[in-house]
Design a protein around this ligand. Structure first.
Ligand code: SAM
Length: 267
């Protein structure tokens, strides 16, 4: 596998992003958050609202800046079907439900109640959680299993009806068998962070979006989950991956969705 292409500069405008990607077939491109906010300003006549809960005090969910990028993407791309790997407490699922159109379905998968094997994780110290990616992942699995989908508790009826909560191991998900191949517009990958899981979730996400859509990964450049960064560096040998500066979000734009996204505010 050849080394990924790494452009030197950070992309600051939609036009610079479009120009950069037109000549690039692979590599990781770092993009400033303001590129997304600039696109929002051009796409909507007035200020764009964002519905969100105060973030959790614990580890495991996305930051406020990451939430703002995710919501910007949802508003720009207006997906009809979203798939999430890793529901956890439901923070990002609720964010996606509360910032998409009334017709948009959100499907999310997590392990659910299968916490027996993660019992040890309740005793891990903060230092262990920040130093050991496997312990960190087991702690997230344990926390999800014991606390459940806390942030989905207050959904209104209309949003609840747009949500499909899947329970099970994402690596065992039968995409074709469930009729999920090629029907999703956006996939958010934030489940298990080991190489086997991140690879499997990516293969399934690619199958789900088919020839057009967006994949978003969390934990690129994480100081804990280095497998995600290593995976995306390898993946970028054949794809252009956008990393959003000051976040752990990385994006892949595929087909018509890519053309549409790059066009907004680029001229
Ligand atoms: C980082 S948390 C997700 C955070 C959530 N996306 C948010 O921002 O609110 C990761 C979640 O992935 C789940 N997970 C880990 N491995 C999994 C697997 N193989 N299948 C399904 N879920 C998995 C964990 O149980 C945990 O709840």
């Amino acid at each position: 596998m050849s080394a990924p292409v790494q452009p030197q500069s950070v992309i600051e405008t939609p036009a610079a992003l479009k120009a950069c990607l037109e000549g690039l077939g692979r590599g990781i491109v770092t993009v400033k958050p303001r590129v997304f906010f600039n696109k929002i300003e051009h796409r909507f006549a007035g200020p764009a609202p964002m519905n969100l809960y105060i973030p959790s005090s614990g580890i495991g969910s996305i930051t406020l800046l990451e939430a703002a990028i995710l919501v910007s993407l949802l508003k720009l791309m207006q997906p009809r079907k979203v798939f999430e790997f890793g529901t956890f407490l439901g923070y990002s699922s609720s964010l996606m439900l509360r910032n998409t159109e009334p017709g948009c379905e959100v499907h999310t998968i997590d392990l659910g109640e299968a916490i027996g094997q993660y019992e040890d994780a309740k005793g891990y110290s903060d230092a262990e959680l920040h130093a050991d990616d496997r312990k960190n992942d087991d702690y997230l699995r344990y926390t999800q299993g014991t606390r459940g989908t806390y942030y989905l508790g207050n959904l209104d009826t209309a949003d609840r009806q747009r949500l499909t909560l899947l329970r099970g191991n994402s690596t065992k998900l039968d995409v074709a068998g469930k009729g999920y191949a090629g029907i999703f517009d956006l996939a958010f990958i934030d489940g298990g962070h080991d190489t086997a899981t991140i690879t499997s979730d990516t293969v399934k996400a690619l199958e789900m979006i088919g020839d057009s859509g967006v994949i978003v990964w969390h934990d690129y450049n994480s100081t804990i989950h280095s497998d995600v960064t290593d995976f995306l560096r390898g993946f970028s040998a054949d794809h252009v991956v956008l990393h959003v500066q000051s976040t752990m979000l990385a994006l892949l734009l595929v087909g018509e969705a890519s053309t549409r996204f790059l066009q907004i505010a680029a001229e």
